[in-house]
Structures are given as C-alpha cells and as structure tokens.
Design a protein around this ligand. Sequence first.
Ligand code: TXA
Ligand code: MG
Length: 326
Amino acid sequence: MHTIITKRLLASTPEDIQEAGELLKAGKLVAVPTETVYGLAADARQPEAVNKIFAAKNRPTNHPLIVHMPGADRLNQWAKNIPEKAFQLAEAFWPGPLTLLLDKADHVSSVITGGLDTIGLRVPNQPVLLKLLREFDLAVAAPSANPYQKLSPTTAEHVLAGLDGKIAAVLDAGPCGVGTESTIVRINDKNAEILRSGPISADQIQTHLSIPVVTPEHHTQAVSGNKAVHYCPNAKVKVKTFEQIKDGNKNALIKIAALVFTGDISPEGIETISKLSSNHINYRHDFYAVLHELDNQNVDEIWVEAPPLSDDWNDIVDRLNRAAEK
Ligand code: TXA
Ligand code: MG
C-alpha cells in the first residue's frame, strides 16, 4: 500500500469537521473520536471505501465492522426484524458504549458484516462525531483505529503512531472520555448475550431487561475482539498481584515496567511504575494510554496488577487477559 499524507484535523475547528465530512463522503478513511476509543471510519454506504479499512489495519476481511449512526431513529435503515427489547436497550443506553447485534437490512454490504447476516450498530456518545454524522447524513463503519491485534487508541497520537501514512486524516478531539471498547450485546427472545464486555456492565443491562443477561463462554470467533490474542502492546504483558509487583524484579537481564492501582510503591528492578485510580471509571479512562506510554519505553515486560474480579471491571480484566495471551 502506498504512503499518503495523513492530515491532522482539529475537532475544535468547524472547517476541519467540514473537511472530515467531505473526505468521508469522497470515500476516504478518517479516524474519528468516539467516547470509547478512536474509530477508523468509512462511509458505510460505500463498500469500496469500507474495504480500505481492512488493508489499512491489516485486518482479516471476515471480521465484521460496527456501524455508527447519529441516532436510534436510524435503526430501521440498517437492521430488520428488530426485537422490542433492542429498542429498550437503545432507549436506555444510546448515545453510549453499547453495540447491538441485529439482523442486517437487505441493502447492507457483506463487506461490513464479514459475510454474516447480522450487523453491529451503535450511536456513539461523542458530540463532534454525532454532529458530523448528522450534518453529512452519514453512518460510518468503524473498527478501533489501530493495526490488527495491537493496543486500541484513545488519542489522535495513538492513531498516528499506528496508521500514519495509511489513512486520509485523523480528527483530533483529545482523549476519549470512556476508554474501553463498547459492550456488544446480542438479543433474542430468551436472553441477552454479552459477546464482548465493555463499559456498560451486565448488571447495568440487566436492570433494563426482564429476560436474563448471560455471558456465554464459547461463541463465534467472528467477534475478532474475542480472539484469544488481541489488544497487545509490543512488550509481554503479565498479570500479577500487588504483592508480587512490590517484591520487584530480580532478573537484571529483563527491563520491566509496571502498572498498579493499590498503592504507591517503587520496587527494585522495575524501570517505571505507573499508578492508576482504584475507581474503575477513572482507571478505564487512562488504561490504554498508560499501556501505550509504558510500551513506548521499550521494556521487555509490563507487569499489571490484577484488577478486582467484579462486574464493573470485567472489560478491563478481559482486555488484560487477551493482551497477556501473546
Ligand atoms: O467501542 C467500540 O466498539 C469501538 C468504537 C470505534 O466504536 N469499535 C470497536 O470496533 O471496538 P472493533 O472492530 O475493533 O471491534 C468490534 C467487534 C469485533 O470484534 C467484531 O468482530 C464484532 O465487533 N462485530 C461487529 N459486527 C459483528 C457481527 N455482525 N457479528 C459478530 N460480531 C460482530
Ligand atoms: Mg479493535
């Protein structure tokens, strides 16, 4: 793929938002801010444009993409046979970090769905992106704006570190507000299945439904975010207890960085130690940014304190386990 100049557009500049819209309409790839992570967007009505996403990310073409809409009023344009319960969840959580898996509308290109009959849909809670989608009457297919299997981006700098020269532009709105990818839910008459944990927990979803919310252990690999290896920094990730990290590193041959939340420590033999909040919302906000930062120090391993095993932390535990699989 030949190199192009990636423009850096600013979400605070109306002309730049305009330019992002025009580039998308012209079938170009633009990385856009969402409340979860930055997405690599293409006009969902142009299959040739959507196709470019896979090459830029080096992502297998059978991994389906989420379509981002400006409002729940567009649901019928992109999905059919929509169960009443899906509307209830849309009402409760949109705009927000919830992706609903529904039967795709007939016109939807199989390029978006990876050949499946279902489509992932969400309304992102990011004011600049919503304005862009509304003003240009756009829906965009957008995976996270990172090379395949790498760490997700929560800033424009993270996007450029992975995709500079491969996409037309990035629209910079500063750090994402939430920090991990949306919760993916498939609903049928009997239950709601969480196919990828995310910022909206199973308990939160349950409060809005009369049917059980379940988390199946085995399901389709078509959810690429559910591949065992994913969300990987270059360094090897090891999940450890606070005590283990506190004990330090005795092997002078390996460079270690560590991430904790329990307390301030400076263990021996660890190059850099970062501390995040013990509040899951604040931790999630900075999670990918800290991993990017530690990874940039070219350490051999990143030791991460195991997060609490509670419903609120499920998405963070999940992402760490996948990063540690490598
Ligand atoms: O928060 C998010 O969801 C971010 C932002 C950009 O919106 N997007 C994101 O996209 O994380 P991506 O492509 O990195 O992960 C989306 C996941 C993939 O694992 C994909 O396989 C799954 O959603 N997915 C999308 N459509 C699907 C479908 N029809 N059936 C099963 N899985 C689907
Ligand atoms: Mg992704």
